[in-house]
Design a protein around this ligand. Structure first.
Ligand SMILES: Cc1cc2nc3c(=O)[nH]c(=O)nc-3n(C[C@H](O)[C@H](O)[C@H](O)COP(=O)(O)O)c2cc1C
Length: 184
């Protein structure tokens, strides 16, 4: 069976390094899974006054996540955490579909997921740690703990191109293979 992996990227920047990382991982996965990148451009800021009935973009968001066998969440690091736009999407996904129905699992509960991140010197370590905590709180079945991080160098920042060392390339390849085995 081919699994569906949905990539959620915590950056909407055109030349996003994290988007480039997603593209690299999708290329590494090849035909071993069906991959897609979540488009959350229509998702509004969460406002509890406008939660029920759910906005159309939220219904679509939930359906897209529910249809995926697994999530691969890729985060930049903003001030030692994940960006607010990623938190907004995850907050929506953490909410009950029916008002005050906390008994029915949310689309996040039990969902298999893994984490990566590209940032400056920290290799998004703070963001990945906090993201792992957040996903744990939401009941996600997290693979590979805080995942692999990429510390972007001057060459990447200067060219807007994701450049990874051979060691990082190997670590990413191993993470891909292990995650696919976990899903199998
Ligand atoms: C508001 C803001 C805060 C940032 N804080 C950090 C940080 O704490 N640590 C870090 O390594 N990089 C930090 N950065 C740099 C980003 O991680 C880096 O620009 C990264 O490339 C952004 O991801 P993207 O290329 O996918 O958009 C920050 C960038 C912004 C815009």
């Amino acid at each position: 069976m081919t699994h569906k992996i949905l990539f959620i990227i915590g950056s909407n920047r055109k030349q996003s390094f994290n988007r480039q990382l997603a593209d690299k991982l999708i290329a590494m996965i090849g035909s071993r899974a069906e991959c897609a990148i979540l488009d959350y451009s229509a998702v509004p800021f969460l406002n509890q006054d406008a939660e029920y009935p759910a906005p159309e973009a939220i219904t679509l968001l939930r359906e897209t996540v529910a249809a995926a066998d697994a999530l691969w969440i890729i985060t930049p690091e903003y001030n030692a955490s994940y960006p607010g736009l990623l938190k907004n999407v995850l907050d929506w996904l953490s909410r009950p579909v029916v008002r005050n129905d906390y008994a029915t699992p949310t689309v996040m509960r039990g969902k298999k997921a893994t984490i990566s991140g590209a940032a400056g010197k920290s290799a998004a370590a703070h963001a990945r740690k906090k993201l792992a905590e957040l996903l744990g709180f939401m009941g996600v079945q997290l693979f590979g703990e805080e995942g692999i991080g990429i510390a972007l160098g001057g060459e990447s920042f200067g060219s807007d191109k994701l450049i990874v060392s051979e060691d990082t390339q190997k670590a990413l390849q191993a993470h891909v293979d292990n995650f696919l085995s976990f899903l199998a």
